[in-house]
Ligand binder design. Structure first.
Ligand code: NAD
Length: 294
């Protein structure tokens, strides 16, 4: 069976790698945080001391890192993985990064004859654990066909968004919508509660009405309205506010590149920057609720 290297075992990478293990793929894993590596080693993966060691003998390399600079640092340059991977390796890069950065890594891979896909995901940590992520893939269709069975063990919907970097463009569009919905839900929840409504009652009315959206369905930001969401666990786990701020920044860069006007995205970015200033960057992005509570 295909030997896979998995690099980056954070909130998303760890459960994604676990699903590959469950599907029977031989897996070598690496993260800068040793405890994450040890957790998966305890479940059957081979622990590596470096990304290079993890990808030794691998036919497929998957990475799930925070941002562009981590991805460029991993793959590019003399010490980067692309300088050492054999030409027939397939790289599936799942982090959310700048489309420009993804294109840079694509170009370097093509020069080396390595097939690479930018394959950011949506679905959150719950989707990663359940193996129901959505993959938005940029790159060549042939490489995607090779990757499909592997992606299918971690996700339910696999879209070919277009050429190099297209997966990242789709992802920043999606996350801009998500942030705007989260903020809109949070401010409405605060307004309703301040005017005497029970949070759970208001949440259910809006969920079933024309204000219904993903955050009301799956990720209500008001503590205690839903079980097992970050808001009900002190805003821990999930998707860090600092990563949402990063994605909104990427959306603004993407809009500037094409000259698009994105006022809602711009405002969302400003609100997330405020949260970061308040020291809430490591908490789940639904912590934006706290900006509106009176
Ligand atoms: P995270 O910070 O929890 O995990 C990133 C992991 O990468 C960390 O464990 C870190 O130690 C590791 N890392 C960083 N540099 C490394 C290197 N050079 N070598 C090895 N490991 C390295 O972040 P996350 O929430 O898992 O998100 C990962 C990516 O997925 C981000 O780009 C994020 O925007 C995106 N994303 C996250 C979610 C979510 O709900 N958390 C959803 C969709 C997409």
């Amino acid at each position: 069976m295909t030997q896979i290297a998995f690099i980056g075992l954070g909130h998303m990478g760890l459960p994604m790698a676990r699903n590959l293990l469950k599907a029977g793929y031989p897996l070598k894993v690496f993260d800068l945080v040793r405890s994450a590596v040890d957790t998966l080693a305890g479940e059957g993966a081979v622990a590596a001391e470096s990304a290079a060691e993890a990808s030794d003998q691998a036919q497929v390399v998957i990475s799930m890192l925070p941002a562009s600079r981590h991805v460029e640092g991993l793959y590019l340059g003399e010490d980067g993985l692309l300088a050492r991977l054999p030409a027939d390796t397939l790289v599936i890069e799942c982090s959310t990064i700048a489309p420009e950065s993804a294109r840079k890594v694509h170009a370097a891979a093509r020069e080396r004859g390595v097939a690479l896909l930018d394959a950011p995901v949506s679905g959150g940590t719950a989707g990663a654990a359940a193996g129901t992520l959505t993959f938005m893939v940029g790159g060549e269709a042939q490489a995607l066909e090779k990757a499909r069975p592997i992606l299918a063990t971690m996700g339910r919907n696999i879209f070919h968004a277009g050429p190099d970097g297209a997966g990242q463009v789709a992802k920043v569009c999606n996350n801009q919508v998500l942030a705007v919905q989260m903020i809109a839900t949070a401010e409405a929840m605060a307004m309703g509660v301040a005017n005497g409504l029970e949070p759970a009652v208001l949440a259910e009315i809006m969920r079933q009405s024309s204000g219904g959206n993903w955050t009301l369905e799956k990720y209500n930001p008001w503590p205690g309205v839903m079980e097992n969401v970050p808001a009900s666990k002190g805003y821990s786990g999930g998707f860090m506010a600092e990563l949402m701020a990063k994605d909104l920044g990427l959306a603004q860069e993407t809009a500037s590149h094409s000259g698009n006007s994105t006022p809602m995205g711009a405002l969302a970015l400003q609100l997330y920057r405020l949260l970061l200033k308040q020291g809430k960057g490591k908490q789940d992005f639904s912590v934006v609720q706290q900006l509106f509570v009176q």
